[in-house]
Design a protein around this ligand. Structure first.
Ligand SMILES: Nc1ncnc2c1ncn2[C@@H]1O[C@H](COP(=O)(O)OP(=O)(O)OP(=O)(O)O)[C@@H](O)[C@H]1O
Ligand SMILES: [Mg+2]
Length: 389
């Protein structure tokens, strides 16, 4: 079929043609916005799940919803981290300045102008200059140099101004597990305080499956201040919609067995569905995708994954880490016991902790429970096995 019309979107954070199976998250976020406008308390939301399940896409959707509802939205990504914690704080300041600038329209109330001044002083303290948002510094607010105090003051000032218009402040944070401990703690305590004081401030965060435990380690009350949502593979029905709807909008269809073949190969994982759907579209000469087309598409789709999705993680591992991953791959995607891995390696468990934690830090594996590790990338175990063959 015509490549220019290919409706599938394999990649990172790319909005799919059909955002399937995520209505309950979208509704939950809509409810959060609606409650905030009614000045009723709610909880922030944290999405956690494996690579490629659609967390970033959902966060982008949340951003659209919040902007549409007239909220102030500030985005941040934990993995921007060239330059570490300082760079992330500077990025936060720049994004605040940018969002603040948009609010500084004619007729902005005095409260809002003062709150924007707090953004300016917060940013100046962090050494971020050069973005003029047309207000004076609010000296003595959000410029103590302690990130926890300053975030709190900044959020308080912004929320009081925004609440006057039944609006609020939303922080959209992707790859949240990669933020440094200091910033995570400051964000959580700001969220905690906001809940108590009824400031209209909410964090919508996303990250790997270890994110809830990262947050709980930073602040014991983290469990209580968020609505946690595990984002995983799509149900069969949703996966079918993700595959079939984009094609049908373009007058194309799948014969049932071709559809089943592609759905089975994808395991319902959004990224894989996009990759296989894309390959099927490119492969099929006619507007009906046959079993033969689908068979070829699975082979091409997998080759595509083997060239991009998987090696982008594999290549980041050192030799010792690769050896560790090979041992893990024997257990498949379900995860491995660390004592069993040590036994296989004929090493002491303690000698492997360093490798284990650096792989966790790189976001390639995580610890689903005490004494176990699993891949953060669905299908990674099979990929590593294919490499060894
Ligand atoms: N609900 C969905 N239905 C269909 N396709 C989806 C859906 N959600 C995401 N996708 C597709 O899946 C792919 C991965 O999405 P996304 O980048 O949001 O995943 P992620 O969970 O953020 O992954 P990572 O952990 O690697 O950042 C994209 O190609 C996107 O178009
Ligand atoms: Mg993502």
């Amino acid at each position: 079929m015509e490549s220019a019309l290919n409706p599938y979107s394999p990649g990172s954070g790319r909005r799919p043609f059909e955002l399937a199976g995520r209505q309950s998250e979208i509704d939950a976020f809509d409810l959060l916005l609606a409650k905030t406008r009614q000045r009723r308390p709610d909880r922030g939301i944290v999405l956690h799940g494996l690579r490629g399940v659609g967390k970033t896409v959902l966060l982008n959707e949340f951003r659209r919803q919040a902007e549409h509802a007239g909220f102030m939205v500030v985005s941040l990504e934990g993995r921007d981290a060239e330059g570490g914690p300082k760079a992330i704080r500077a990025k936060l300041a720049r994004n605040l300045l940018q969002a603040g600038r948009k609010l500084n329209r004619r007729g902005a109330g005095t409260r809002l102008v003062a709150a924007l001044g707090s953004i300016a002083s917060f940013s100046a303290k962090l050494g971020v200059t050069g973005i003029d948002i047309g207000v004076n510094l609010n000296h003595g607010r959000a410029d103590s140099g302690s990130i926890e105090v300053d975030l709190e003051e900044l959020i308080e000032d912004l929320c009081e101004a925004l609440a006057e218009n039944r609006s609020g402040l939303i922080f959209i944070i992707d790859e949240m597990q990669d933020l440094d401990d200091g910033l995570i703690a400051a964000l959580l305590s700001a969220q905690h305080l906001a809940n108590q004081r009824e400031w209209p401030f909410y964090i919508a965060g996303a990250g790997l499956p270890n994110l809830p435990s990262v947050l709980a380690e930073a602040r014991s009350y983290a469990e209580r201040i968020f609505n946690y949502r595990s984002i995983g593979a799509l149900t069969r029905e949703a996966a079918e919609a993700a595959l079939v709807v984009p094609a049908s909008r373009h007058g194309a269809r799948y014969v049932p067995q071709a559809k089943d073949l592609l759905l089975d190969a994808s395991g319902g994982y959004p990224y894989f569905l996009q990759e296989y759907g894309y390959a099927a579209w490119e492969t099929a000469p006619e507007k009906t995708v046959t079993v033969e087309d689908a068979t070829v598409a699975v082979a091409i789709g997998q080759a595509q994954l083997d060239q991009g999705f998987f090696p982008s993680r594999w290549k980041r591992a050192s030799n010792a880490e690769k050896a560790f991953l090979r041992l893990m791959a024997m257990d498949g995607d379900a995860g491995s016991s660390t004592s069993e891995l040590a036994r296989r390696a004929e090493k002491k468990q303690s000698s492997m902790t360093q490798t284990r934690s650096s792989l966790i830090e790189k976001g390639i594996i995580y610890a689903p429970a005490l004494g176990t590790v699993a891949f953060t990338v669905p299908g990674m175990a099979e990929y590593v096995q294919r490499l060894s063959e």
